[in-house]
Design a protein around this ligand. Structure first.
Ligand SMILES: NC(=O)C1=CN([C@@H]2O[C@H](COP(=O)(O)OP(=O)(O)OC[C@H]3O[C@@H](n4cnc5c(N)ncnc54)[C@H](OP(=O)(O)O)[C@@H]3O)[C@@H](O)[C@H]2O)C=CC1
Ligand SMILES: O=C1OC[C@@H](O)[C@H](O)[C@H]1O
Length: 388
């Protein structure tokens, strides 16, 4: 149901690849189908670095309104009147350059994951957004699922007792050589490809949600990092990566795994074990799937000596994604509310936490001697060759 205080956020879509398509279709779903009657999204424009015709095809394909403008360069998009926020959906390697382009043009930014390729770039984007008074958020959509919000509150409330350990996996099997070759963004170092930045970020997100985000400031301390990385021989990108984190504020441990050679769900027609396991002194909470979670299960701990200390029962709770969408609209709704309320960042995914997680990925890469080309680790802006 619409309210009289309806706020409209006008979006500019920067790049026309796979996820831009999925995200923009979600923007076009009526927010009232998910009880978000206070905000509205308008797809105002899209840009392709290829051509304006490609941008127009994209707008037609997603079903954008006829009023939406098509641009053949990213610069025209960020300078367009009638656009409030830019959704950036280019490869990892280009995030820093494109986010700077949008912020310097005075636009708010929702930036696909990972926010940048290293923590220094992230820090510069944070500072720039603050200096310009613009909203900035990394598009880790998982955090905005009602299921994820509920899990975080469950952990924060202490109902699991003291959380001591978390396991999280997001791995996606592909016939890598056949499907990706050497140029695909998943394995191409020139695009900052590899399992860690693309998939492992979700495993790390669950560790951070359960072991860092819920902590009060005094125990929210950066984790110690140990890791193992196996590289994809043809390109040197990471293909199977395991990260062990020790959170010194609490002593809790987290294990995040990721791979592009084996899968969390090897066969979608067969059941697979839950991908996330949060273990507290009163029991376990497991979540079925990292990026797009659909159910969680509570298992109270029991021992002969103490019976159960848990206040919860063994139960599985399932969640639908309403409106026929993919589930990316919840993060978009957060952007609209933050911009409406003059908030420059979301407290569901604070920029400080985005940077702390990015530092973990930096350290994993340092331990594995895995660097991307200097041109994309660079802090300079603008650089040639980024469609600017
Ligand atoms: N949240 C999620 O669930 C998902 C997030 N992602 C993230 O979204 C981002 C994009 O991924 P995805 O959409 O799958 O990628 P695609 O390769 O499908 O699309 C990337 C788009 O970026 C633009 N682009 C600009 N420069 C380059 C370049 N040098 N090489 C390739 N593309 C370029 C192109 O658009 P144009 O020609 O129009 O300029 C291209 O279509 C990544 O950061 C990824 O991690 C990806 C999948 C799922
Ligand atoms: O963000 C993502 O989630 C789903 C994956 O298939 C995709 O490669 C990745 O970028």
């Amino acid at each position: 149901m619409m309210t009289s205080n309806l706020f409209t956020l006008r979006w500019g879509i920067l790049a026309t690849g796979g996820i831009a398509n999925t995200f923009t279709k979600d923007l076009l779903i009526d927010p009232t189908t998910r009880d978000a009657g206070d905000i509205r999204h308008e797809v105002a424009a899209a840009a392709s670095s290829t051509s304006a015709a490609r941008a127009q095809d994209f707008l037609n394909e997603v079903g954008a309104p006829g009023s939406a403008k098509a641009y053949g360069s990213y610069r025209e998009l960020v300078e367009a009147k009638g656009v409030d926020i830019i959704y950036i959906a280019t490869p990892h390697s280009h995030h820093y350059q494109h986010a700077r382009l949008a912020l310097e043009a005075g636009k708010h930014v929702l930036l696909e994951k990972p926010i940048a390729v290293n923590a220094q770039q992230c820090r510069i984007l944070r500072d720039l957004a603050k200096e310009r008074g613009r909203f900035l958020m990394e598009a880790v959509w998982t955090r905005f699922f009602p299921l994820s919000r509920e899990v975080v509150e469950f952990v924060r409330s202490g109902q699991l007792g003291h959380v001591k350990r978390v396991f999280a996996d997001f791995s996606f099997w592909n016939d890598v050589e056949k499907e990706f070759g050497n140029q695909h963004r998943m394995v191409n170092l020139d695009l900052a490809g590899g399992a860690l930045l693309d998939l492992g970020i979700y495993s790390l997100t669950w560790l951070f949600m359960a072991l860092y985000h819920v902590q009060p400031k005094e125990t929210q301390v950066a984790p110690h990092v140990s890791s193992a990385v196996t590289k994809y021989k043809p390109t040197g990108a990471d293909e199977t990566t395991t990260v062990l984190l020790l959170f010194p504020g609490t002593g809790a441990q987290g294990i995040a795994t990721t791979s592009i050679q084996v899968a969390t769900t090897p066969n979608p027609d067969l059941p697979a074990p839950d991908a996330i396991r949060i273990q507290g002194t009163f029991g376990d909470l497991t979540v079925n799937y990292a990026p797009r979670p659909r159910s969680y299960t509570l298992t109270p701990a029991a021992s002969q000596a103490r019976g159960t200390l848990a206040s919860f029962k063994h139960e599985t709770k399932s969640f639908e994604i309403p409106g026929g969408g993919h589930g990316m609209f919840w993060e978009a709704d957060e952007c609209a509310r933050c911009v409406r309320d003059g908030r420059l960042e979301s407290d569901v995914i604070p920029l400080e936490e985005t940077e702390a997680l990015m530092k973990v990925m930096d350290e994993v890469r340092r331990q594995a001697d895995l660097a991307y080309p200097e041109s994309i680790e660079n802090l300079e802006y603008p650089l040639e060759g980024f469609g600017l």
